[in-house]
Ligand binder design. Structure first.
Ligand SMILES: *[C@@H]1O[C@H](CO)[C@@H](O)[C@H](O)[C@H]1NC(C)=O
Ligand SMILES: *[C@@H]1O[C@H](CO)[C@@H](O)[C@H](O)[C@H]1NC(C)=O
Ligand SMILES: *[C@@H]1O[C@H](CO)[C@@H](O)[C@H](O)[C@H]1NC(C)=O
Length: 971
């Protein structure tokens, strides 16, 4: 109804504009603004006061009228959160003088010719998403325009030449768009222009030599374009300039000395161009300068003495040039200087003594040719009490001498880099006083002595780099108090002794390099708990024993552990003596009747399971019956193997040539027919490789000889498993199921008492961890789109299973694995079929133990259990994924059942509050709410009320991309 009204009104109005002869029946401004509003989307209701029934718009929010004429003069809607288009309603506001729509989300091109509004003085459209070229006639009648900003939009193309008509312009801001080509040349002679900002576009061409007209200019910003040519010699005529930014262009030549006339200038920024030549004494005349940035050019010659005349100077950056000579001592006079960056030049001489006497915050001299001892510079600073220094970088010079213990007085120091000099002596133990120090790099020097125990006092340290010195002694265990440490690089010294166990407390460690030292002993086992390790290089030491377990160390690159004669483990390419590896500890107290034990195979004192020519699973159970250690050795393909299945007998005792008849024999089958188990394959099935445990058994990760990982599930329900034929038939059936959202079953191993299922290895961990265990704030949680994709993937896999008449029975977030691309893969499907009977008790107690996912019919003997129990579990999963909460949560004196909680919220109309707090403000409600409703629908108490999985997949498709017709009908 309302919509129809707008359309009629608009048509009427269009007639008015075109005809221009009709007397408008209503106030022009009311009409204009209402039509303008009709083109906008106003999610926050900011324009609610704009009522078409009002006689005058003068009291509307954002609208101001001229008190005499009562016509709209100002329209200021900055930051109203508006989106949509700038419609032609504006053209009705004939007396508009200021139009400001900054910081909204307006899109499309400027469809209206604002220039026809002859009273307009100010146009501010900055920070929207307007796009396209600016129409040619846009500026044609802009004689009255004083200020225009199109900054931070997506405008492109050339700026129309009609801009020249805007000769009264004082403010022109076109920054942060994609304008290209040459600026209309008239701009360079606008007498009234005070602010010119065209930075961050694709403008090219040169600045004309003649810029005399710009004598009113206060700021010129040309940063980040493709301008070429020279800075005009005449720039000194713009004597009012306060800020000059020519950075990140391709300007060349030398800087004109007329710059010295800019005595009011605060900021000179010429960085990242192709300037050459010398900076001479003229710079001293610029008495107001606060920031000078000449970095990344090819300036040469000496740094002028006159710099010292600029009392106001705060930041001087001359880095990455070709300056030579020594820094002038006159800089001492710059009492306000805070940042001095002279790095990457060819400066010579001593490290200036004044560096530590000024109140500098950052002193950067790296990559020069400074010589002499560093002590002199430091000792002269002893009396300075106000130490502001936060950053010292004197790396890559030719400095010598010892690091003075006075370094401990720089209490604000965050970054200290003295790397790659010729420093000698010991690391002073006063470094422990640097409580704010974040990064310490003393690498590539001649330092000796040991790492001071006091280093533990530098508790903010994140990066400690002492490599390539002559340090000896132990790595102090006090290092453990530097609890933020992420990089520990101590390579190429002569450090000895054991690695401190306390290192395992450094939970943030990512990069560790201890290579080329003389470390001894074993690597502490708790290192396996370091969850963020990226590299851990201990090569070329004298370490021994077994590598710590865990996913990281089991897959560590061999080169990181090489050169340690007695270090062993899979990655060291050297198997540890049989007693060393941690075995799978099955219950040592178990008897033959316990389903978890494997007494039949291990009945003998010492049994080696091997397959002649193909497989050897070595089970070395030397100590206690029930402790087994399985090594998959020497798995090889025989090309004559049958296509459908490579079936391999495993025999107990001696190599047996008559499998099948032996009751102890096992059988390994890989469905691919070509197991990738190649010669020399070598993997441990041990407790450290355990990936997890579920209702059906524990899962281990094993690396095959070709480097491929597989996950091996050891069924703990062995006593319940069917006969061999039935088992094999069912497993083969499961092996034929392929779907991108299901974990593929690749093979199995069977003995009467031990059954292993061999699955593809999925690397990204399970969904439970992604949802509930990334709570340290640093890691980004799953986005809405990722979550939606996971829900869809699970739904598709279940639809596929149900189509094949397979019920999963055991859905839960820990059974959903994530691959490297964020695609979910459902594990453990169909395992209930391996049981002799589908018994309610077995299903609910043994298998579907996961609280909260179990459909109510499991508790009710009279209701038949169908695939709808999976739909229930899926519904719970959906709610879990969307809310980020566990299906059942135990509060202090309350138990919260997720579905009930969400259902309650839905009834009270606050569903969006249930959505995971990590997504708040970052999810489309029009998707999230239907998904929550779908989840609740799936958790209906009555099985027949729940949808089929195939229907669920269809519904999800509709939620993600609602069809055109649906959108229409909703309006
Ligand atoms: C613009 O829209 C985006 C989403 O489309 C939103 O995140 C952003 O906050 C909006 N900006 C403003 C200024 O309203
Ligand atoms: C130009 O507009 C941008 C974005 O609104 C703003 O950040 C910048 O300061 C403006 N430039 C000048 C010289 O006012
Ligand atoms: C084995 O039995 C002993 C004594 O009965 C007990 O102390 C031990 O905890 C048991 N071990 C296991 C793994 O159950």
């Amino acid at each position: 109804m309302r919509k129809m009204f707008w359309i009629c009104l608009f048509l009427l109005l269009a007639g008015v504009i075109i005809g221009e002869s009709l007397n408008p029946p209503l106030d022009d401004d009311v009409l204009g603004l209402i039509v303008f509003k009709a083109d906008l989307i106003d999610p926050d209701g900011k324009l609610a006061s704009w009522n078409e029934d009002d006689e005058s718009p003068c009291k509307w929010k954002g609208v101001w009228c001229n008190p005499r004429s009562n016509r709209v003069s100002d329209l200021v809607l900055d930051g109203f959160g508006l989106s949509g288009k700038m419609g032609r309603g504006l053209m009705q506001l004939k007396f508009l003088s200021k139009l400001s729509l900054a910081r909204n989300n307006l899109t499309g091109s400027i469809g209206v010719n604002l220039a026809q509004l002859t009273n307009l003085r100010v146009i501010d459209l900055s920070e929207n998403s307007l796009s396209g070229p600016v129409r040619n006639d846009f500026f044609e009648q802009c004689g009255s325009l004083r200020s225009i900003s199109l900054a931070s939009n997506k405008f492109s193309g050339q700026v129309p030449d009609s801009l020249v008509s805007c000769s009264a312009l004082g403010y022109l801001n076109l920054s942060s768009n994609q304008f290209s080509g040459v600026l209309p040349s008239g701009v360079w002679s606008f007498n009234g222009l005070r602010f010119l900002d065209v930075s961050d576009n694709l403008f090219e061409g040169e600045i004309p030599k003649d810029i005399e007209g710009l004598y009113n200019l206060r700021e010129i910003k040309l940063r980040k374009n493709q301008f070429t040519g020279q800075v005009p010699d005449e720039i000194g005529v713009c004597a009012l300039l306060r800020s000059v930014d020519f950075s990140e262009n391709s300007f060349s030549g030398s800087l004109p000395s007329s710059l010295q006339k800019l005595s009011l200038c605060n900021e000179l920024n010429f960085h990242s161009n192709l300037f050459t030549g010398e900076i001479t004494e003229w710079i001293g005349e610029l008495g107001s300068l606060q920031t000078v940035d000449l970095s990344k050019n090819m300036f040469s010659g000496a740094v002028p003495n006159a710099i010292g005349n600029i009392q106001s100077l705060q930041v001087l950056n001359i880095s990455n040039n070709r300056f030579t000579g020594s820094l002038p001592a006159s800089i001492m006079n710059c009492q306000n200087i805070q940042v001095l960056d002279a790095s990457q030049n060819s400066l010579t001489g001593f490290l200036p003594t004044w560096v530590f006497q000024l109140g500098l915050q950052a002193a950067l001299f790296s990559g020069n040719k400074l010589t002499g001892s560093i002590n002199g510079a430091f000792t002269s600073s002893i009396n300075i009490s106000h130490q502001n220094l936060q950053v010292i970088d004197i790396s890559h010079n030719e400095l010598s001498g010892e690091i003075p213990s006075d370094i401990g007085r720089f209490s604000s120091l965050r970054f200290l880099n003295m790397s790659t000099n010729s420093l000698t002596g010991e690391i002073p133990n006063t470094v422990g006083k640097l409580k704010a120090l974040d990064s310490l790099d003393l690498s590539v020097n001649w330092l000796n002595g040991s790492i001071p125990v006091q280093i533990g006092g530098a508790t903010s340290l994140k990066h400690l780099i002492l490599s390539q010195n002559s340090l000896f002694g132990n790595i102090p265990s006090s290092i453990a108090t530097c609890s933020f440490l992420t990089s520990l690089i101590l390579s190429r010294n002569s450090l000895s002794g054991q690695l401190p166990v306390a290192m395992a407390k450094l939970a943030d460690l990512e990069y560790v390099d201890l290579s080329f030292n003389k470390l001894t002993g074993t690597l502490p086992k708790p290192l396996a708990n370091l969850g963020h390790l990226v590299t851990f290089n201990v090569s070329h030491n004298q370490l021994q024993g077994e590598l710590p377990g865990g996913v990281f160390f089991n897959t560590i690159s061999p080169s990181s552990v090489a050169g340690n004669p007695t270090l062993c483990g899979a990655a060291a390419n050297k198997s540890c003596p049989a007693v060393l590896p941690k075995p799978i500890v099955l219950n040592p107290n178990s008897t033959g009747s316990d389903p978890d034990s494997v007494p039949q195979i291990l009945g003998h004192k010492k049994v080696i399971l091997s397959i002649s020519a193909l497989i050897a699973i070595g089970a070395a159970a030397v100590i206690v019956v029930g402790i087994i250690f399985i090594t998959v050795l020497n798995l090889r393909v025989r090309s004559t193997m049958s296509r459908s299945a490579a079936s391999v007998p495993l025999s107990g005792g001696d190599f047996s040539s008559s499998p099948g008849t032996d009751t102890n024999s096992g059988k390994l089958v890989m469905f691919s027919g070509e197991p990738d188990f190649s010669t020399g394959a070598h993997a441990l099935l041990n407790k450290d490789c355990e990936l997890g445990r579920g209702g059906f058994g524990a899962v281990y990760r094993t690396v095959l000889g070709d480097g491929r990982s597989v996950a091996i599930k050891k069924l703990t329900v062995s006593s319940l498993v069917k006969s061999q034929e039935d088992f094999e038939r069912e497993v083969r059936k499961l092996g034929k199921i392929h779907h991108q959202n299901l974990v593929a079953l690749e093979g199995y191993y069977w003995t009467p008492s031990l059954q292993l299922l061999i699955y593809e290895y999925v690397s990204g961990g399970n969904l439970y961890k992604h949802l509930h265990e990334h709570e340290d704030g640093n890691r980004s949680s799953l986005t809405w789109n990722e979550r939606f994709n996971i829900i869809l993937g699970i739904a598709k896999s279940l639809a596929h299973l149900h189509h094949l008449n397979i019920i999963h029975y055991n859905l839960k977030s820990s059974n959903i694995l994530m691959d490297g691309l964020g695609e979910p893969k459902v594990a453990d499907f169909g395992l209930a079929r391996l049981l002799p009977m589908l018994d309610r008790y077995v299903l609910s107690s043994k298998i579907q133990s996961a609280l909260g996912y179990m459909a109510p019919e499991f508790a009710c003997k009279t209701v038949k259990i169908t695939e709808k129990c999976d739909v229930y579990g899926f519904g719970v999963l959906v709610l879990e994924i969307v809310t980020g909460r566990r299906p059942v949560e135990y509060m202090e004196d309350d138990v919260v059942i997720l579905c009930d909680m969400v259902r309650g919220a839905l009834e009270e109309g606050r569903v969006d509050e249930c959505v995971d707090e990590r997504l708040q403000g970052k999810f489309p409600a029009e998707e999230a709410i239907p998904v929550v409703k779908l989840g609740l629908f799936c958790t209906s108490q009555v099985p027949s009320n729940r949808p089929d999985m195939a229907e669920v997949v269809n519904i999800l498709g509709l939620i993600k991309c609602p069809s055109e017709s649906q959108e229409e009908s909703e309006l």
